[in-house]
Write a protein of this length. Sequence first.
Length: 343
Amino acid sequence: MSMLNSLTAKLQRHPKRIVFPEGADERILQAARQWVTRKLGVPILLGERTAIKDHARRLDLNTEGMRLLDPLRSNDFDALAAELQQRRAAKGMTLAEARTALNDNSTYATMMLQTAQADALVGGATLTASSALRPLFQIIPKLEHVTTASSLMIMSFDEKTVGSGGTLFLADCGVIPEPDASQLADIAISTAVIARHLTNEKPRVALLSYATSDTFNHPAVRKVVEATALAQQRARAAGIAAEIDGPLQADAALDAYVARTKQVDSAVAGRANVLVFPDLASGNIGFKLVQHIAGANTYGQIVTGLSKPAAEISRGSSAHDVFGAAVVCGVLSIDREILFPGS
């Protein structure tokens, strides 16, 4: 069973509410229809109700089972504005500024997520990454054991055995251009937590470099060496069960024969299911190459390091991509002990 089908089955047993800030977008409407049809919960589409219904009508798409919400006409607008002002008071936000901020659907959706009016958020279909992510990073608290918010891409292969049954978790592919060693360690831990939540496997985290050795005296390699040690220390301190190794070249991380040939002996080498890139350029380029050349299914960007599940999808995403990201976020909103009893 593919990762997406497996996660969908879990959501059918524990339906969730997913808020989409760009409710009138064609891909969002199609993904929301799938959400309802598969009985995964309630999609919440933000926007002007007439515009959403008009777009749905042109697509010959039924909006029954969806919640269409115009933030400007919502009964919760005043309460959310007061809550936002309180949360941002230390930054000098006034109530008037909070009301203005809530005119932005991404901000309104983020406040719905923070106040438990939605279980997860999927946005970015028509926005730049910075516009979609800013409210999340400003409003949603970080996880206790990390100080860095970032993102990951999930790649799922139908006919490959890499990673966790053909699934790999790649980070950071969308947020931090040049992470330092401490940020890189946080990225490794946050990604490992999500991989464990979705697969129930002990994460095998490879911090990637161009060298499979800690003897290269180059700043880029030394950064990965330091990040690996920090990630191992922080995982132990937080009680996070994960195998973490680096620096590793990508082939040594994924191919057991290559790992043996290069004399790399660890629980991660040749078996990694989490790949942590040394910088945003390599991460973003790497996943896009694999996506388009190898035809992998990709879901993300899934935001990591925050206490609530959210995804910032690409403006080039298909309806299937949107649906997949929503499924991942929906499952992340379910307590892992409920997903995997007794684990």
